[in-house]
Design a protein around this ligand. Structure first.
Ligand SMILES: [Zn+2]
Ligand SMILES: [Zn+2]
Length: 109
């Protein structure tokens, strides 16, 4: 399957899980890419603007490392998610910082 920058729209939030990162540096959202069906997981770090993937909503995380997941905005629902399946799909742009099929989506309840 070639890389295609494709917005898949809104998906059921139950398809993904959100859990604290093992090192406590943020929240990990994990699930299966709806396009290539690869296992994808993305770390949304606390308090590190500019880290990770794009999105102005990341600024909302800049409230300190003691922020608990329950108190903050949920990356699960507030962020746009990108496939990070780790597979080098053909035709991937050379400037991407992660490997995926190019799919992006939002989650909703
Ligand atoms: Zn993939
Ligand atoms: Zn994918």
């Amino acid at each position: 399957m070639p890389y295609v920058d494709e917005d898949l729209g809104e998906l059921d939030v139950d398809l993904f899980i959100q859990q604290p990162a093992p090192g406590g540096e943020g929240v990990v959202v994990a699930g299966t890419c709806p396009r290539c069906h690869g296992a994808t997981r993305t770390l949304f770090p606390w308090g590190r603007p500019g880290a990770g993937t794009k999105g102005a909503l990341r600024l909302l995380f800049g409230r300190g490392a003691t922020q608990k997941a329950e108190d903050g905005p949920e990356p699960l629902l507030s962020e746009v998610h990108f496939c990070e399946c780790g597979h080098a799909h053909p035709h991937s742009p050379p400037d991407t910082s992660f490997l995926g099929c190019g799919a992006s989506w939002r989650l909703r309840r």
